[in-house]
Design a protein around this ligand. Structure first.
Ligand SMILES: Cc1cc2nc3c(=O)[nH]c(=O)nc-3n(C[C@H](O)[C@H](O)[C@H](O)COP(=O)(O)OP(=O)(O)OC[C@H]3O[C@@H](n4cnc5c(N)ncnc54)[C@H](O)[C@@H]3O)c2cc1C
Length: 567
């Protein structure tokens, strides 16, 4: 391992820590880092997690008092930022949406995590993904940050299959809609949150390789440093170096079509909207000001993500007979319908999430959402393994649960892309699908799939809630009405005891028991109304691990399976 002691503290300290050093009145930044590390190490394990502090930048009185007695300033968030930069429990390669979400989940679970990101900042050349589906908004709501996204985007019905709109406004969820918000904005909001949580991000820096050994993984960086981690997670996109170096196979299908995507201006008024022809779909839509977004299926399948302006003009002329005088292009890229999925999401101490684990056409706008869901499934499991409360085979459930969900997305994007072609026969099939999807049951099924609300992890038979997302009713607790999602803000497991009398025994320190009353109905998207449970064990990702139907039968098995042996 190459220690990073020689690297300048100033150079690697994010803004949040610099602010803290100033607030604490410490001139010498190295001294500040030392004090900070001392403070972090002195934290008793049962102290509140960062999430419990409500993301506050200053510590609550209880913490401040102890810090004062130690003669140091209190800021758990920034302390985490400057704590030993060369060794981490988890290193995440890639700070795109998946890497950022995973970092937040781990930080909430008090795991020492760092991100290594190739880009110097969070800017994206183009806007890429266009929004969030309902389940992603729910997951963000479970962490108390949904409003940050909702306030910047436009709530609307976004789910669709092969351009056939699917309305989910009758779905039983508070978020029975999607959110139009471009990826660059989504990433910035996630990055700000991750910064608040004190996760160090090594920017303008690439993971160039790694070596796995019994204790962990030594991760080589492009600036010559090495980070030692116990776990490495590749969130480094479709061309994932981590996946390739780990030797994880990426089987699937080669591209059958390629599309150019560009953002710029046109001299002439373009033809707005979507046009279909034998090749596939093309379209021009409005962005801010005079800017437009152009999408064009190319005459031949091409690969490589650095197309030329000539190729863009050629593609436009071949469809519209004109290039509309396209100019001022700030983003020009190519995507294909190549469809592949990692054979395994875990190999030893290396895990994959997001595009690193699966690539597919952007049909239905699912890729970013899928990556965020991977991150939320993996985060709490990895945290427990890091903390030693669960054995590392818990991580195998990450592959077991997420691989099938990814495979379904691959399948539906391939089907949608086939329907994008505009020849007479495909058009006829598209029309038939459109009619079918007007019927209630098919619409519900496809909308459940596209919105991510229908995910059902196979946790065995029993009550329909088992393995499905926990709904978000407002329950009556001792301290007043409380939304269930609010109970999940700290990313900790919750036993919602709706009949009273359940005992968590030796799990009480790890699982929060909330006694509550709820008289309303229970309804699940796609499934419909289900019998009222008497108790529900909710995993930190918001999926139901156990349903009580009057006794505690099976509760200790579920607690052991998901949260480790009784303490
Ligand atoms: C045109 C288009 C439209 C799309 N529309 C949608 C949509 O509407 N909805 C949707 O959900 N999805 C959409 N997607 C898909 C979405 O953009 C991706 O699925 C999403 O970006 C995946 O996130 P990620 O974090 O897994 O990977 P990425 O976003 O690819 O992030 C990977 C990160 O890793 C960094 N990196 C790579 N290699 C290294 C390395 N060796 N070391 C350090 N850092 C590294 C990269 O700089 C990058 O920041 C669209 C994609 C395209 C191309």
């Amino acid at each position: 391992m190459v220690p990073d002691a020689g690297a300048s503290v100033e150079g690697r300290r994010p803004e949040a820590a610099r602010r803290w050093a100033n607030t604490a009145g410490l001139d010498d930044e190295d001294q500040a880092a030392l004090e900070c590390a001392k403070w972090e190490r002195s934290l008793p394990a049962q102290w509140p997690m960062v999430a419990d502090l409500g993301g506050a930048r200053s510590a609550p009185p209880a913490i401040s008092n102890v810090c004062q007695s130690m003669g140091i300033a209190a800021s758990p968030i920034s302390c985490r930022t400057v704590h030993d930069m060369s060794e981490h429990a988890v290193v995440i390669a890639g700070g795109g949406p998946t890497g950022l979400m995973l970092a937040a989940e781990l930080a909430l679970a008090r795991v020492d995590v760092a991100i290594v990101e190739r880009r110097p900042n969070q800017d994206l050349a183009g806007s890429r993904a266009g929004g969030l589906h309902a389940r992603t908004i729910e997951l963000l709501d479970q962490r108390g940050v949904a409003e940050r996204f909702l306030s910047q985007g436009k709530v609307m019905q976004v789910a669709g299959f092969a351009l056939i709109p699917l309305d989910i406004s009758d779905f039983p969820t508070r978020h029975n809609y999607g959110l139009a918000l471009f990826q660059d904005r989504i990433e910035r909001i996630l990055a700000d949150w991750v910064e608040e949580l004190g996760v160090p991000v090594h920017r303008a820096c690439e993971v160039t390789g790694f070596a796995e050994h019994d204790e962990g993984v030594d991760v080589a960086l492009s600036d010559g440093r090495t980070l030692r981690a116990r776990w490495l997670v590749g969130c480094d996109g479709g061309r994932s170096l981590v996946r390739k170096q780990a030797g994880i196979e990426f089987p699937g299908w080669e591209a059958s079509t390629s599309c150019l995507i560009a953002e710029g201006e046109t001299t002439d008024e373009p033809e707005w909207g979507v046009r279909r022809d034998d090749r596939g779909i093309h379209g021009v839509s409005k962005l801010e000001g005079k800017r437009v977004r152009i999408l064009s299926t190319e005459p031949q399948v091409r690969t490589g993500d650095a197309p030329t302006m000539d190729e863009l003009r050629e593609a436009l002329v071949s469809v519209y007979g004109t290039d509309f005088g396209v100019h001022g292009v700030t983003w020009l890229s190519r995507f294909t319908d190549a469809t592949r999925q990692a054979a395994s999401y875990r190999k030893g101490r290396v895990l994959l999430a997001g595009d690193a684990a699966h690539v597919h056409a952007p049909a239905g706008g699912q890729g970013l959402n899928l990556g965020v869901h991977d991150a939320v499934n993996l985060g709490w499991k990895l945290a427990q393994v890091v903390h030693g409360t669960a054995k590392d085979d818990l991580l195998d459930s990450y592959h077991a649960e997420r691989h099938p969900v990814g495979a379904r997305v691959l399948e539906n994007t391939m089907a949608a892309m086939a329907l994008h072609r505009g020849d007479a026969r495909t058009k006829a099939l598209q029309g038939a699908m459109a009619q079918l999807l007007q019927l209630d049951e098919p619409r519900r099924r496809f909308a459940g799939l596209l919105s991510g609300l229908d995910v059902h992890y196979d946790l065995g038979g029993g009550h329909p809630l088992l393995g499905r997302r926990m709904p978000d009713p407002e329950v009556e607790t001792e301290s007043g009405p409380q939304r269930v999602f609010a109970l999940l803000h700290a990313a900790r497991p919750v036993l919602l005891d709706l009949a009273g009398g359940l005992d968590l025994g030796g799990w009480a320190a790890r699982v929060r028991r909330v006694e509550a009353r709820y008289e309303g109905t229970w309804a699940l998207p796609v499934v419909g109304t289900v019998a009222a449970p008497r108790a529900v064990l909710i995993r930190p990702d918001g999926y139901v691990a156990w349903v009580g139907e009057g006794t505690d039968a099976g509760l200790s098995d579920a607690l052991t399976r998901w949260f480790g042996a009784e303490g």
